[in-house]
Design a binder for this molecule. Sequence first.
Ligand code: C2O
Ligand code: CU
Ligand code: CU
Length: 582
Amino acid sequence: MKNWFIIVIVFFGYINAQNPLIIPPAMTGNNFDLTLQVSEMEFYPGVFTETMGVSFPILGPTLIMEKGEEVNITFDNQLPDTTTIHWHGMHVPAEFDGGPHTPIPPNTLWNPHFTIKDHASTMWYHPHLMHKTNEHVQMGIAGFVIVKDDEEALLDLPREYGVDDIPLVFQTKTLNENYQIVTNMDSSGLDTALFTNGTINAYLEAPAQVVRFRLLNGASERSFNVGLDNHETFYVIGTDGGLLEAPVEIDELLISPGERYEILVDLTNRVGEMIHIMNYGSSIPNGVYGAETVGGMGGSSIPYYADNHLNGADFPLLSLHVGEQTASPIYTIPSTLVSVDEWDPNEIDETRVIQFSPTVMGPNGALNGPFQFNGEPFDINVVNYEIPLNNVEIWELRNQSQISHPFHIHDVQFNILEINGEAPPAHMQGWKDVVLVPPQNGTAKFITKFEDFSNTEVPYMYHCHILTHEETGMMGQFTVVGEPAVGIEAPKLLSEQFTLHSAYPNPFNPTITLPFSVKSPHKVSIQIFDISGQLVESLFNDEIEAGNHTIKWNASHYASGVYILTLQSGNQVETQKLVLLK
Ligand code: C2O
Ligand code: CU
Ligand code: CU
């Protein structure tokens, strides 16, 4: 009954009301100050829905970053919950990647800072705390990162943000009879309310010229099959991690959770028309969440799946009202874009095979999981792989379950080598960080290189980007090990004035004891730095007697992560790595 009620409202809305598409505000520069907050939105007239957002009632600003620049971001967590913020797709040090190991407790700040190493691309940020990822994303926390670089700047592409360069995030949510967002996982099959940039029934005034859309599937489970009215064609110019070598003309584009594609749509001479960006759900293949059916012989067993009117349906994701041109329109589709310098399969150091379980079993084929990798549920205390820095690896994914899983890996961009034994279609021959692995013995293979960052303490994650699968165990983690090590370099020892012993316990939470002994009375200074060498706290700076000493550091006000202790006396300096794990 409840279910039916929601369907009627959504359908009614689609016929009648249209809301201007929310364009997340853009932020540029090197410093980004953001607040995670609880808020509300009036999705339906007169009804307020509780949401979460980033300095905004829903979603967050689009952070525009330049390759090669250093950025400094501060998140002030004003949510009642601990959360994390992950830089999906971006190549950043593990301690700033924002996975489950770097929680931001309520009323604390998190200050990741790194140099942008990515190609010009469309990335995104979203929460990633164990057991809270789906909830926080569903409530509205997510935002775009647009990376710019010199190569992209030379191309004749639309790039006026919000005018002819439009970010679009597609999401579905489950709303209860009071129009509140439901985030418990058993209701997952009820994701009947469609949001484009946090807008229900969205329309956009688009200029009559070539328009660039940066598409992100930010839904927890659902794949979208994007097209235009009457299957008119459009051009894919970019994948998850960068531009393609050349535009690929296409009329349907399947986008699974976590994936991004940049497309060009030619609206030249279409003034006055209304054109829809559609979801062609009717042609999503069986086994992909969003298709009419998921599962084989016995049919679907995802709760409520068959009742969800979005499954297998064709419906608009956005209406375009085509208006006048801008002052400097783009009219042409470039013939070439950038060079994609793929990793070389002749340089492989390692091949890893990951089996997606459960295996196909009987008529009802275990569509509700538990979904796992290699038969093991995720364990935050187990590092599944230690990967030597600079390894070139092939990962082979074998999906024996009945549903397609969008596999995502942190730290790196990869090139897809094969899907079900064949080369990927042209529009996937670029930089990717998500690959949708087909169901029922489907396979995918990619190649990547683990370069630049190593950290023995903080792992990176890989997981299914269907958030309900991720949170029920379809996740693993790896560290990248080897030089260059993290932290600051230990200066050379000139003469021994003191001995620094091992701090304990390490990892710790929230207090750690730092033992040291001093040979003769000396001035000693003890400081804590963060991983990038910024001073966090000065613990001691005074004369001290000869003998054994201990000092304690209480880190209850700091976020989890790696800290560097330095003890200095005269010209002797020693350092030690401290791991705060909350
Ligand atoms: Cu977008 Cu680990 O995720
Ligand atoms: Cu990610
Ligand atoms: Cu999955």
